[in-house]
Design a protein. Structure first.
Length: 202
């Protein structure tokens, strides 16, 4: 239970591999086709309203296909990296689409198109600390998928990472990871909040 909200969820996921432009190693991606509250059916894979493709690995890439282009957002210490492709196989590095002064360790970016704008959800931490538990999720916005994204607000308190924004039944939900030190089995767990707006959760 997070902020009084809980909802069951099931994911259908595909797993693909792409060769990145920055090296010879294959980068593995897993992306969720759609958030569901019912059992998986083959029609889900091709549902026209499936807008979000989100990665489950620590590399934390995201693919968004728009206008024949695919945009991949990647973790980096100095900001959110952007790669662009027209075939999902050959990728060009397009620089940083989001940076923030006095912050570092931009971890696990996720981008969602909401209301004609593109919202970036990513965690980062102050540059003057080495404590990873100061990581917190923030929101940034852009009129285009390639950015640059502009900082909007802090979304949830530290420690919060690994954002995944999902639309279901006309509503939006934010899945993310937090630490629970009071549980019988203490550690990092995944929670979900209903979103009141692209920049606010319950």
């Amino acid at each position: 239970m997070v902020n009084g909200f809980r909802k069951p969820f099931i994911y259908y996921a595909e797993f693909l591999s792409f060769r990145g432009q920055t090296g010879e190693n294959l980068i593995q991606f897993g992306f969720a086709i759609r958030h569901q509250t019912k059992e998986y059916s083959p029609e889900m894979k091709h549902n026209a309203d499936c807008q979000i493709l989100c990665v489950f690995f620590d590399l934390s890439f995201l693919l968004v296909g728009i206008g024949g282009k695919y945009y991949m957002y990647a973790t980096h210490v100095d900001g959110v990296q952007l790669y662009v492709s027209s075939d999902k196989l050959n990728w060009d590095f397009a620089g940083f689409c989001f940076t923030r002064e006095e912050y570092k360790e931009f971890w696990a970016p996720a981008v969602a198109q909401i209301g004609g704008k593109y919202y970036l959800y990513v965690s980062c931490m102050p540059s003057d600390t080495a404590d990873d538990h100061t990581q917190r999720l923030i929101t940034a916005v852009s009129e285009t998928p390639q950015g640059p994204f502009r900082y909007c607000c802090d979304l949830v308190p530290p420690f919060s990472i690994d954002a995944h924004v999902v639309q279901s039944g006309g509503e939006w939900f934010l899945f993310y990871s937090v630490n629970d030190y009071t549980a019988e089995c203490a550690g990092t767990l995944i929670v979900v909040d209903k979103m009141l707006s692209p920049t606010q959760v319950c």
